[in-house]
Design a protein around this ligand. Structure first.
Ligand SMILES: CC(C)(COP(=O)(O)OP(=O)(O)OC[C@H]1O[C@@H](n2cnc3c(N)ncnc32)[C@H](O)[C@@H]1OP(=O)(O)O)[C@@H](O)C(=O)NCCC(=O)NCCS
Length: 93
């Protein structure tokens, strides 16, 4: 897509789809495009029978605080953490 992309992986054993990365070109940010990409992934996740979306943040990475804000704004909640890796999840309804 011209405006950005999203990558994800299905995790059948957890009935979850993990959003690996979302990118939107700088000039089009804050207009809801990342949310639209996540919504498309949620539709795909539900179509394969999954009940959760997952995302993650590496605290030591650049802009990690913004990444946490974005995931929480999308309705994700904390699931778990290990050293320098926080996992978020959202139930699909
Ligand atoms: C993160 C990124 C994908 C967001 O794309 P976007 O299209 O601007 O996001 P949206 O417009 O859908 O934002 C949805 C909500 O997320 C939150 N949000 C988005 N960008 C934010 C930022 N930089 N800081 C804090 N909150 C942010 C806001 O609540 C926003 O809603 P609002 O604009 O009504 O306040 C984009 O900034 C990007 O490509 N960044 C570089 C790559 C990156 O960091 N990816 C990892 C994301 S986990």
């Amino acid at each position: 897509m011209d405006f950005g992309f999203a990558t994800y992986r299905h995790l059948p054993d957890q009935k979850a789809t993990y959003i690996i990365d979302i990118y939107v070109v700088p000039k089009l940010r804050r207009s809801g495009l990342a949310k639209e990409l996540a919504d498309q992934i949620a539709i795909e996740a539900k179509s394969v029978g999954h009940t959760k979306l997952m995302g993650s943040v590496v605290p030591s990475a650049k802009n990690s605080t913004a990444s946490v804000s974005i995931l929480i704004a999308y309705g994700m909640t904390l699931k778990s953490s290990t050293n320098d890796f926080i996992v978020f999840e959202k139930e699909l309804v």
